[in-house]
Design a protein around this ligand. Sequence first.
Ligand code: IMP
Ligand code: MG
Length: 300
Amino acid sequence: MPIHSVDIVCGLAWGDEAKGKIVSYLIQQNQYDWVCRWSGGNNAGHTIYIKRKKYVTHIVPAGILHGIPSYIGPDCYIHIESFIKELDYLKENGFDTSKIRVSPKAHVITDDHIEQDSYYKKTQGSTGSGIAPCAKDKYGRIGLLFESIDVSLFKNHTEQICLNTTELFGSLLCEGAQGTWLDINYGNYPYVTSSTTLPYSACSLGFSHHKIRHIYGASKIYDTRVGHDPLFPDSLDNDKELLSIGHLGKELGSTTGRKRRVNWLNLDLLIQSIDLTGCTILIVSKVDILNTVNVFKLFY
Ligand code: IMP
Ligand code: MG
């Protein structure tokens, strides 16, 4: 069976737009054969509540939390030890990790990459997970492919970890990581990540853009940012209303635990992002937080 339709969830801002929650909701409403990650690595953190219990995933797509086969595509970066740790964590929590597959062409983040990332951590506030150094080797064509990893490392989870994109079939839900303004081409370079976060790059999973049905764009009712970015104003860092939004909205990074800087929603950027992504359905989260604070301001 070929791939017949594709839905995509993408971030419209700087990541942390509750994509995980949206993916989790969509899986329960639709029949997907696969949930796929198309970019990034364990720099991402997706927080999902199931029956009121909190789970955090970093590289494994949220499909696995609902028993749907999940796929990590060729444009992703994988740190093997962290990946196995995440698989163990999921299995210990009762999830079926035998349904996880990885593209043989995904790139491996080595401990050396993580060490080199301390430079990016210092200068740009990267997550320190080795993304930029791994991307450097990938595009320098000296990287390490996932297919060269000993498959017996995954024997506690699955006999067959590798799957080519050509073997995906049916209905796909693609789970974005990060967001438009962290995209390597569209964000405030070099204060970006080393991935194409825009939904067009989900096609790296092996389908034509003609197969795309819905693009769900995720935003919050206010903006947040972790990591350095001279274009994300910090003049309001001590603003009382914004501080209480950050507090009530629990704006702490799920990967690094860093405090996210909060600002009022930049409407111009949101409109640009909707245009760029081609988002067909807009989902705005955390409106309830503003209800509690009882103020709403916009940049435009
Ligand atoms: P890197 O992806 O670790 O290289 O980090 C590059 C920039 O992207 C830094 O500003 C990070 O804080 C930011 N970043 C990377 N992944 C995420 C994410 O999942 N959510 C929010 N920010 C992220
Ligand atoms: Mg996140």
